[in-house]
Design a protein around this ligand. Structure first.
Ligand code: HEC
Length: 113
């Protein structure tokens, strides 16, 4: 095997990908608001107030100041990553770590008047 071929190209892509991941800066290519509208709106509503579906499953009102004050970013990330059985599906297979992190400010934005 003298040629670089597809495997060489793939490992180069992995190396580049992990550099971006490790740099940890905000990613301009992630449209977090759009991710929210695609994956979260059905239950958590367009403006953070739960829809009938969300409320039926006991989803929280993200505009609730008391909840915003209490919830940590880590908890929000963990909830999006792992979900809650029978209530909210986990997103760790659907979204990247960066995308999940990018959703935190969107959830936070609903608490601001
Ligand atoms: C199928 C409906 C559904 C979808 C879709 C959904 N959620 Fe949830 N979510 C829930 C329910 C129900 C809860 C309450 C879970 C519990 O009580 O443990 C919840 C809880 C949460 C919480 C924790 C609130 C707390 O109690 O601290 C956060 C944050 C959250 N969701 C964010 C999101 C985000 C961001 C998305 C999109 C990536 C999303 N959810 C998609 C139903 C949903």
């Amino acid at each position: 095997m003298k040629k670089m071929g597809i495997f060489g190209v793939a490992s180069l892509a992995v190396a580049l990908g992990s550099t971006v991941y490790l740099s940890g800066t905000a990613r301009a290519d992630i449209d977090a608001k759009k991710l929210y509208m695609t994956h979260c709106k059905t239950c958590h509503g367009e403006n953070g107030k739960p829809t009938d579906l969300g409320a039926g499953l006991e989803a929280r009102d993200f505009t609730d100041a008391a909840w915003q004050a209490k919830a940590t970013d880590e908890q929000i990330i963990k909830q999006i990553t792992n979900g809650t059985p029978d209530k909210m599906m986990p997103f760790k297979e659907k979204l990247s770590n960066d995308e999940i992190k990018a959703l935190v400010p969107v959830v936070r934005s609903f608490g601001k008047k």
